[in-house]
Design a protein around this ligand. Structure first.
Ligand code: MD3
Ligand code: FE
Length: 203
């Protein structure tokens, strides 16, 4: 099922269900190299969402700002390479949404436990906004907020569930978005947790 959310933005319900087992095994390998950690923002808050990355670079934040780094500042080592199953899913989903030339160079993995949230923001640390972002939701459901180019634009809410994939490109690439505080619950495969993968062309 392909649902158009906005110009350039497509929701593919259940698109990742077929490769769930491969994705979870890959996440295990990635977090063995670079464990999930809660990072500090330039404002001095510690994020409620825990993060790690794989690929040629990873998104990191500290008191000095946000950036992509080829090495994990926690380990001093490169991030785990992008697994083949990750790349295949991202390319397939992007193609399905009309972005057949997309090849991500990094994937940010977000881990939400009940109560964790991501405030309304834009993703603008990537060099080239011409690339779409592909996002994959796993585990507990979350309420996703999707706004407009201006922070004050009206916001629509969507439930994102285990296996849902969304592609955000073109005129939607710089739209504001966020995730409401995760509700208490337990997913049959992942337990008290939601994972979100965002594939990006950052370099
Ligand atoms: C719409 N992650 O990592 S994914 C993020 O569920 C992030 O963890 C959320 O926002 C999460 O930056 C939302 C959906 C998403 C990702 C990027 C977008 C929606 C987007 C970029 C532009 C517009
Ligand atoms: Fe974002």
């Amino acid at each position: 099922a392909r649902e158009k959310l906005a110009e350039g933005a497509v929701l593919l319900r259940g698109f990742a269900l077929d490769c769930e087992v491969d994705l979870l095994a890959a996440i295990q390998a990635i977090t063995t190299v670079s464990p999930f950690r809660r990072m500090a923002t330039p404002g001095g808050h510690v994020m409620s969402v825990a993060m790690t990355n794989c690929g040629q670079a990873g998104w990191v934040t500290d008191r000095t700002g946000y950036h992509y780094d080829a090495t994990d500042p926690e380990t001093g080592k490169p991030w785990h390479p992008m697994p083949e199953s990750f790349m295949a899913l991202a390319v397939f989903a992007a193609t399905e949404a009309g972005y057949c030339r997309f090849r991500p160079d990094t994937c940010l993995i977000n881990r939400y436990e009940p109560g964790a949230k991501l405030s309304l923001h834009q993703d603008r640390n990537e060099r080239e906004f011409a690339h779409p972002i592909v996002s994959v939701s796993l585990g507990l459901p979350a309420t996703f907020q999707f706004g407009g180019l201006r922070r004050a634009d009206p916001i629509r809410k969507y439930a994102l569930r285990h296996g849902d994939v969304a592609v955000w490109g073109g005129p939607s690439r710089l739209c504001h978005h966020g995730v409401l505080a995760l509700k208490e619950g337990a997913h049959p495969k992942l337990g008290r947790m939601r994972l979100n993968l965002t594939f990006r062309g950052a370099l």
